[in-house]
Design a binder for this molecule. Structure first.
Ligand code: ADE
Length: 237
């Protein structure tokens, strides 16, 4: 039984899924971190690989960019493939003076301007939050697995990459928002709707208030690998 966007057979996708945004990243994570990884779906170039991580079955599948894309894959994984846990590993723009480029943010919650906050319950703007067991697993792993500076707190999941309204960014920063990205609210909403668990682990790749901060490509790879290790440890917790 395939779904409109995933061609794997039932049982070919593990209950634990690592989800980067970029399909090429998914291919690299599968090749470099999973044992015995096999490609089980490749619809629209969104590859899904299944193998094992330290002996436990795990899949890696890309989300694509933005809430609509991640919502399609997360819904189909939770609803039709028996997936229980999805951890997004991505990048974000820093929007707090507490965070620097290269830091890691574990997103406890996702504010959003996407319509899904007000879609489900009339008159209510729902809060999209991470799974606590995954969050605890990530933070336990962060303390032992890496020397990265790890923050926990809310992020802003924006529907717009190029139209960052300074009033919105400033307002959200004032209320403790740490970074901006484009998928977490969609993932957390699908987990809530489908009875699954979700978490997002982000590397700060740029800073909205300080354009002078930048990363070398080597730093980028090392830090991303740290996030992948934290995310996988959370899935296994
Ligand atoms: N992902 C990484 N940096 C970002 C930014 N500045 N805005 C939205 N998503 C991002």
């Amino acid at each position: 039984m395939a779904t409109p966007h995933i061609a794997a057979e039932p049982g070919q996708i593990a209950p634990l899924v690592l989800m980067p945004g970029d399909p090429k990243r998914a291919a690299r994570i599968a090749a470099e971190h999973l044992e015995g990884a096999e490609l089980v779906s490749d619809v629209r170039g969104i590859g899904c690989w299944t193998g094992t991580w330290q002996g436990t079955p795990m899949s890696v599948m890309a989300s694509g960019m933005g809430v609509p894309s991640v919502s399609i894959y997360a819904t189909e994984l939770f609803r039709f493939y028996g997936v229980q846990r999805i951890v997004r590993v991505g990048t974000c723009g820093g929007m707090s003076d507490k965070v620097a480029v290269g830091d890691t943010i574990v997103a406890t919650a996702a504010h959003t301007n996407a319509s899904l906050s007000t879609l489900f319950v009339p008159g209510i703007s729902l809060s999209w939050t991470a799974s606590y067991p995954l969050l605890r697993g990530a933070m336990d792993a962060a303390a032992t697995l890496t020397d990265a500076t790890v923050h926990t707190g809310p992020v802003y999941c924006s529907d717009h990459f190029y139209f960052a309204n300074p009033d919105i960014i400033g307002g959200l920063a004032k209320y403790g928002t740490l970074g901006v990205e484009m998928e977490s609210a969609g993932l957390y909403a699908c987990a809530a709707a489908e009875g699954g668990e979700a978490l997002t682990v982000l590397t700060v790749s740029d800073h909205l208030f300080d354009g002078s901060q930048d990363m070398t490509s080597e730093q980028r790879e090392t830090l991303y690998a740290n996030s992948v290790r934290i995310a996988a440890a959370a899935l296994l917790a």
